[in-house]
Design a protein around this ligand. Structure first.
Ligand code: ADP
Ligand code: MG
Length: 579
């Protein structure tokens, strides 16, 4: 774990070396200062040499200025190092998450992923900066100060250093308490965040039920608990810091009293005495630093552990070692004995055999939950089959690179996901290199032109978060335009028009029919009217593929499909058009 952590320093080696050596230099100056004072009092002062006193003071001033500059470097470059490492990790994690497979997202909360990429790494940068540097300097200062003090007066040095173990006990105890308190606080802030996310994204539901007061109360409960948890953390922190402060002042007093005794009995000089009192302060600093580290280390490392947990999770669906980019596909799709389950306790598809010739339009119908969407998700390898094989144009999909496979499959679903941005940007998502003419042509084919022309800002209109400002039909047409731009040989329409009213559906249907031209098309539909023209109908039930044939053949066959047909036919006679 630590080795992995340190590997992130590698790209910033130079920065680390400059920062680290500056910090060591500053620490050495701190150690030297009491010695300078000692020499000043014992040797320089009695000589009465004013010009030397002034010269020495000027020299000290220069040294101080240098030290200040070095401290600036440590503060600035050290934090720069920390931020660089944090940013590298964040980038790596984001890239890694982008590559994860569907199953990962099925099982992981969005808020969880977000907090890992943002919050969890906050403390890591700080730790990366302070960790190695502060430990080294604290230990160096402690040992250095003790040795010098021991050299001046062994007994007094031992009396002064005795405080260190006591201080450590107090600091450790305080920090254990503080860690608990901080951890609780992070849990509570996550609750607050979750609450905000929920009620803001669900604000339309909240207001339509007029449950604002309920939401406010719920929020205030979490918010109040967060306040208490944070307050508790600060209380422990204040207590620990006060105890440490108290103990260090106590040691200073002890050194003052015992030191006076030794000075008066002649076993040390006045200069030694002053130097000693100053050294007590030098000793306190590393204790403070280690105290801070005791707090930072578990926080940062907890974040790093969570980071590594995710980084070590390989995407489930990956390019096979022998995978080659697929050629331009015609779209002959073949399922051979395919079985699949999402999780171990329930099989969704069992021994499915299916062949779809290139250029055909095949409709999938059947009860909800039968596995129609699942069949379609297996073709772009959103999930890998457990058994059997899927091939396109005779090439097993495992032998193609994921990118070249998915590039040639387009999916339009019932709920279209659009990104915050303009209409142009959302169409262009189908092909990031598309020219303006291509985008206009795609909008034209999707019957979007009139709508876009009616907008004051046309293609530059902001569509709101996830396309909030568009109607269902408009969103669907945008998705179709995006698909015209992508222009894949294989097209999957998964209940693309199910959420729309019949009038809108008819308009969209025209665009969809044009989109399906010259492609292998898989349509999943509820309303049978939309699949009248399909070359073939495949009926999927819990038992697998139950029937297949042309629409009229299946009606004549008088099986599951015929029943479905008659029930919808009856409904439409009664004036209920929605299946
Ligand atoms: P259809 O599209 O025919 O309505 P699906 O293919 O969506 O059916 O679902 C088939 C079965 O698999 C259902 O029982 C559903 O609950 C289950 N299922 C679908 N998606 C997932 C998923 N991501 N994780 C676990 N189970 C799923
Ligand atoms: Mg479905």
């Amino acid at each position: 774990m630590l080795r992995k952590f340190f590997s992130y320093y590698k790209p910033h080696k130079r920065l680390f070396i400059i920062d680290f050596s500056s910090a060591v230099f500053v620490a050495l100056l701190e150690l030297a200062f009491p010695l300078a004072v000692q020499w000043f009092i014992d040797d320089l002062l009695p000589s009465g040499n004013w010009s030397l006193i002034v010269q020495t003071s000027i020299l000290l001033l220069l040294v101080y200025m240098l030290s200040t500059f070095m401290q600036f470097i440590v503060n600035y470059l050290g934090h720069k190092l920390g931020i660089n490492i944090e940013t590298d990790m964040r980038r790596e994690l984001f890239n890694h998450v982008q590559k994860q497979s569907f199953r990962f997202f099925d099982n992981t909360k969005t808020g969880h992923i977000m907090s890992r990429i943002t919050n969890d790494l906050f403390d890591l940068g700080e730790l990366a900066h302070h960790g190695p540097e502060d430990i080294f300097i604290a230990v160096m200062t402690l040992i250095g100060a003790f040795l010098i003090m021991f050299n001046i007066h062994p007994e007094l040095a031992v009396i002064a250093i005795v405080m260190v173990p006591f201080l450590s006990i107090v600091a450790t105890y305080g920090n254990i308490q503080m860690n608990k308190a901080w951890k609780r606080m992070y849990g509570k802030i996550a609750d607050v965040n979750g609450r905000v996310e929920d009620s803001v994204s669900g604000v339309r539901v909240v207001q339509s039920f007029t449950n604002e007061q309920f939401e406010m109360d719920r929020f205030q409960k979490d918010n109040g608990e967060f306040r208490l948890a944070k307050l508790r953390a600060y209380k422990v922190m204040a207590g620990t810091h006060s105890s440490i402060f108290m103990m260090t002042r106590f040691v200073t007093l002890v050194v003052l009293v015992v030191g006076s005794y030794y000075t008066l009995n002649g076993s040390m000089s006045y200069g030694d005495f002053v130097a000693f009192v100053l050294f007590v302060n030098v000793l306190i600093k590393p204790v403070d630093k280690i105290t801070a580290l005791l707090e930072l280390y578990p926080k940062g490392m907890a974040g790093f552990k969570r980071f590594m947990e995710l980084m070590e999770q390989d995407p489930e669906v990956q390019d096979a070692p022998h995978a080659k980019p697929a050629p331009v596909l015609k779209g002959d799709i073949e399922f051979t004995n395919v079985s699949f389950r999402y999780d171990s306790h329930k099989s969704v598809l069992k021994n499915i055999d299916l062949s779809i010739p290139a250029g055909e339009t095949v409709a999938f119908v059947g009860p909800s939950g039968a596995g129609k969407t699942t069949i379609c998700s297996l073709i772009p390898r959103f999930y890998d089959v457990d058994q059997g094989e899927i091939s396109i144009d005779g090439i097993p999909i495992q032998d193609m690179t994921l990118q070249s496979l998915r590039h040639q499959i387009g999916i339009v679903q019932q709920d279209v996901f659009l990104f915050t941005g303009t209409i142009r940007e959302n169409i262009a998502y189908g092909d990031l290199e598309a020219s303006d003419e291509d985008i206009l042509a795609a909008a034209h084919k999707a019957h979007l032109e009139d709508f876009i022309a009616s907008l004051p800002e046309g293609y530059e209109t902001q569509i709101g978060e996830r396309g909030l400002k568009l109607s269902g039909g408009q969103k669907q047409r945008l998705a179709i335009a995006r698909m015209f731009l992508k222009n894949p040989p294989i097209l999957i329409l998964d209940e693309a028009t199910s959420a729309l009213d019949t009038a809108t559906e008819q308009i969209i249907q025209e665009a969809l029919t044009e989109l399906a031209e010259n492609r292998t098309t898989l349509i999943i539909a509820h309303r049978l009217a939309t699949i009248r023209d399909a070359d073939r109908v495949v009926v999927v039930t819990e038992n697998g593929i139950e029937e297949q044939g042309s629409y009229d053949e299946l009606v004549a066959q008088n099986g599951v499909f015929a029943k479905l047909h008659h029930s919808q036919f009856r409904e439409s006679k009664l004036g209920i058009t929605k299946a």
